[in-house]
Design a protein around this ligand. Structure first.
Ligand code: SAH
Length: 257
């Protein structure tokens, strides 16, 4: 399961301001995305776009220009539309975090298209019908429309955060030593109890809840194999220093008394 930012494309439908296209390219490049598709841009290529891209002009150079939304999404297995309001109650709606999770999961195997609408009218119902999900950025309902590039920035920021989260989880999986098995943990608990009894910390006649509290403490720690070995090593040293017989410690101590 390797998520791939290159499998996610941003699609701008009928963008009317070339400057916005440049600002979108910049927002995308900041977040490590590179695939931009433009459906019927009013003016493109354009100097305004280059100026507003602030160095992300490579995304403008490689932007794909098409005549219809169908062409833009034909290779995508997941299509998510963005909308200022939850227009359709029956349609599956996502927030930006869930959108990022879905998109990054899908990017492991397929291509994802995230669709943004025209600055003035947004996406039409017909365009939204082509989306499996739509996502709304939860802004103040009194003033709910974001600038196109600002909306792209927020959606792509969430994508990046999720992507980094996936990668971090991958790395820590590689580095993690294995957790102790239940039989190792039960062996440690038995050993611990023997030693606590032997050093008179635990009175088996009135155990109260000591062992249960200790079980809870060590379960919470999610002990690794190596850590159980260290703890058992400590217990064995205690037994040695106290002159206890590791097997049947309390009996031996009693004999010595
Ligand atoms: N009057 C239009 C506003 C379009 S803003 C409308 O109400 O839809 C241009 C594009 O930016 C939108 O089509 C959408 O893709 C994106 N956008 C703006 N605000 C958004 C928000 N709050 N949530 C999700 N997308 C948003």
């Amino acid at each position: 399961m390797t998520p791939n930012l290159n499998h996610i494309k941003i699609v701008l439908v009928d963008p009317s301001h070339a400057g916005n296209i440049g600002a979108v390219a910049r927002a995308m490049k900041n977040m490590g995305l590179s695939s931009l598709t433009l459906v019927n841009p009013k003016q493109f290529p354009d100097q305004q776009a280059v100026a507003r891209s602030a160095g992300a002009h490579d995304l403008l150079d490689t932007a794909v220009v098409v005549n219809s939304l169908d062409d833009a999404i034909s290779d995508a297995s997941l299509v998510i539309g963005t909308s200022t309001r939850a227009r359709r109650l029956s349609w599956p709606a996502l927030d930006p975090v869930n959108c990022a999770n879905k998109a990054m999961s899908e990017s492991c195997n397929g291509n994802v298209a995230i669709i943004f609408g025209n600055e003035r009218v947004g996406l039409t119902n017909e365009q939204l019908d082509k989306c499996q999900f739509f996502v709304t950025i939860p802004v103040d309902p009194e003033f709910s429309s974001l600038n196109l590039a600002a909306a792209v920035q927020i959606i792509t920021y969430e994508l990046r955060k999720t992507y980094l989260g996936f990668k971090q989880a991958d790395n820590s999986d590689d580095q993690a030593s294995s957790l102790a098995s239940q039989s190792e943990i039960q062996g440690f608990f038995k050993h611990l109890e023997q030693v606590l009894v032997a050093i008179d910390f635990l009175n088996p006649a009135t155990p109260k809840k000591l062992m249960r509290r200790l079980y809870r403490l060590f379960h919470r720690a999610q002990l690794e194999e190596k850590e159980v070995n260290i703890l058992r090593g400590i217990l064995t040293s205690v037994e040695k220093v106290a002159g206890l017989n590791p097997q049947g410690a309390r009996g031996k101590k009693r004999e010595q008394k």
